[in-house]
Design a protein around this ligand. Sequence first.
Ligand code: F6P
Length: 326
Amino acid sequence: MGKIKHIGVLTSGGDAPGMNAAIRAVVRTAIYNDLEVTGIRQGYQGLIKGFFKPLKSHSVSEIIQRGGTILKTARCEEFKTEAGRRKAYDNLKEQNINGVVVIGGDGTFAGARIFNEEYEIPFVGVPGTIDNYIFGTDRTIGYDTALNTAIQAIDKIRDTASAHNRLFFIEVMGAEAGFIAIRSGIACGAEAILIPEIKDQSKSLKKQLEEGKRRKKSSNIIIVAEGDDEGGAAKIANKVKDDFKDYSVRVTVLGHIQRGGSPSAFDRVTASRMGYAAVEALLDDQKSVMVGLKNNEIVQVPFRKAVKTYKDVNWELLELAGILSV
Ligand code: F6P
C-alpha cells in the first residue's frame, strides 16, 4: 500500500440514478484514507480535454438523494483512439493522479480496460447503468430506481387502460436486454412481456391476446423492451391491432423519465458500498477490475470478463410472469 495518493473520479455513458451517491462514497472514502480527490467532468471527454476539479468533503454534501451526476457525463469516441488515450494519460500525469474510479457501463469499462493495457495508472470501475446487463454483478446502480419509476408510470396507464378497455403497448428502456422489461412487467401484472432475447414474438403474442379476449380481459398491458427485434412498441402494435378491434390500441414510450429522479434506498446503499469498495480496491493495488454485487456481497470482476461475457436474463422470472398473467 502507499502508491495511491491522489485519485480521480468520473461518470461516463448514460447517467443513472445513484451515480451521485457513488461519487460521494468515492470522495469521502478517499478523504478518510488521506488521499486527494479530483473530479473529472464529462467522462472520458473531460479526461482528454482536462476538465478537472478538486473535490472536498463538502463538494459532495447533499447529493446522495439527487439523480443525474454532478460530474456530468458523455459518450466519447476519442477515448477509443490511441491518440485520445495518450492525451488522457498525459493529463492524469500532469495532475499527479495515480488511480481513477470510473462509474458507468460496459462502454466505459471497455475503454478503461484498453487504457490499463497501455498505461500503468490503475482504473477501477463501478457499474452504473439503468439497464442491468453487466456481467459479474447482480445489480447495476440505477436499475432499481428505473424499475420503480417505470412501474409507477405503468400503474397509471393501467388505470386508464382498464377504464377504456384498451390494449396498451408500453415501451421500456434496457438497451439490448430485457432486464427492465421483465421485472417491471411482473411488478405491474403485465399480460405479456416482449424482450430482445426472444425473437419474433408477435405471433405468440396474438395467441395470448386471443386467449385473454376469450376470458373477457378488459385491459391488456404489453411491455415491450426497446431492443426487441421487431422494431419497438409502435411496430408491434401495428402488426396486431387489426386482429383485436374490440380493444382500442395505444402506445406509450416511457423514455428518459426512467433515467432520472431521486435514487431508491437500494441504489443509494449499493452505490455507497460500491464507491467505497472501488477506492479500497485501488488502495489494494488492484487495476482493471469492476466492483460488483453478488448475493449481496461486494466482489471484484476483471474488466475483461465484465465486458466480454454475456449476462443472461432470469428465465424463471419470465416464466413466472407468464403463469401469473393468465
Ligand atoms: O444505457 C442507458 C440507456 O438509457 C438505455 O436504456 C437506452 O437505450 C440509452 O441509454 C438511451 O441513450 P440516449 O440517452 O443517448 O438516448
